[in-house]
Design a protein around this ligand. Sequence first.
Ligand SMILES: Cc1ncc(COP(=O)(O)O)c(C=O)c1O
Length: 435
Amino acid sequence: MSQTTKQMRTSAEWQQKRDQFVSKGVSNGNRSLAVKGEGAVLYDLDGRRFVDFAGAIGTLNVGHSHPKVVEAVKRQTEELIHPGFNVMMYPSYIELAEKLCGLVPGEHDKKAIFLNSGAEAVENAVKIARKYTKRQGVVTFTRGFHGRTNMTMSMTSKVKPYKFGFGPFAPEVYQAPFPYYYQKPAGMSDESYDDFIIQSFHDFFVATVAPETVACVVMEPVQGEGGFIIPSKRFVQHIADFCKKHGIVFVADEIQTGFARTGTYFAIEHFDVVPDLITVSKSLAAGLPLSGVIGKAEMMDAAAPGELGGTYAGSPLGCAAALAVLEIIEHEGLNERSEEIGRIIEERGLEWKKEHAFIGEIRRLGAMAAVEIVKDPETREPDKAKAAAIAAYANDNGLLLLTAGINGNIIRFLTPLVITDEQLKEGLDIIEAGL
Ligand SMILES: Cc1ncc(COP(=O)(O)O)c(C=O)c1O
């Protein structure tokens, strides 16, 4: 505990100071003060223990303060904190680029660049695509989330709280339809619904923007903030084929879905699609601010020296942490564990569904699992208040739990993949009590 933390005695005092000195524009899912993290567990200032089903919004697939990450960062701190890659380069950046180029799908030559935040990675993917295609249009999808900077906010769907009052937005950004099978029109089969959405996607390129003016289509292979919406393989393949046909760069935004969250290194692997570019961040570096764009070498080289980068971009500390993360995923079998965790959550969720009419659907890809809360299973009307009450109960009773979705009615699971079966059960028991 730091000297200042020791001096301040109570959580109540910190909470009061937080309200006095920290902007209210930043929300807090839980008002406790975190002081220690270990694997899938956090402790607060009052010594209370929390099982973590939030993982800093999908940032901690290898858990809090994994010993290998701590060791790698400590070593790096002692050796060299920051020469600035564009002043003097260092091996860990290059080594990480080589490793990620080997991991992302596709047999073509690949290159990478590193940045700080997820939004910055998405911004850079757009810059690269624009430079490469010499076009301006950017297409994203309804319910998509790509960040909070002006460009990525423009690419994001949910108006409140992400966009409301923050315009004007970046021009030449358009949102195309994305499937949501649970909320499809009553009586329609998944297949006809796919036909309908695919047709709407084509109509969009007639009514809204011409494909030959579009630089990139940016898609989350599973929508994260949008509510853990999993598209069909057919839909994703169709979009990728459309991009290829029209010379549009297809970008998979894997910032929330990457690094074993769905049981594979990248969620796009489930769809047998090879994207042109992939954006990564969050669990890449176990909590250190690092992001990246990896993709086709000829696209990544479209920008001239100096056109991409940033002062802290790809810091040695982040790269050292990321190299440790990749080793942990491999050595601890986290892709396989992700599938097991997802199965355990799904089994419990299906039991809840038998008991409670307000549980509309359990869906998942690996451990990227969600429970949709509705007012009535027939109408499927979203119940935001009940989802918020369940999350509030969990947060008051030793479980960090998040909601998601355009209507805020999705309970989402982003637990570290190093969670033990006992901790997982403990967290699920708390939700069950809350239901
Ligand atoms: C899919 C996706 N893209 C981009 C971002 C933005 O990342 P950051 O908050 O690090 O800017 C997020 C963050 O939740 C995300 O889930």
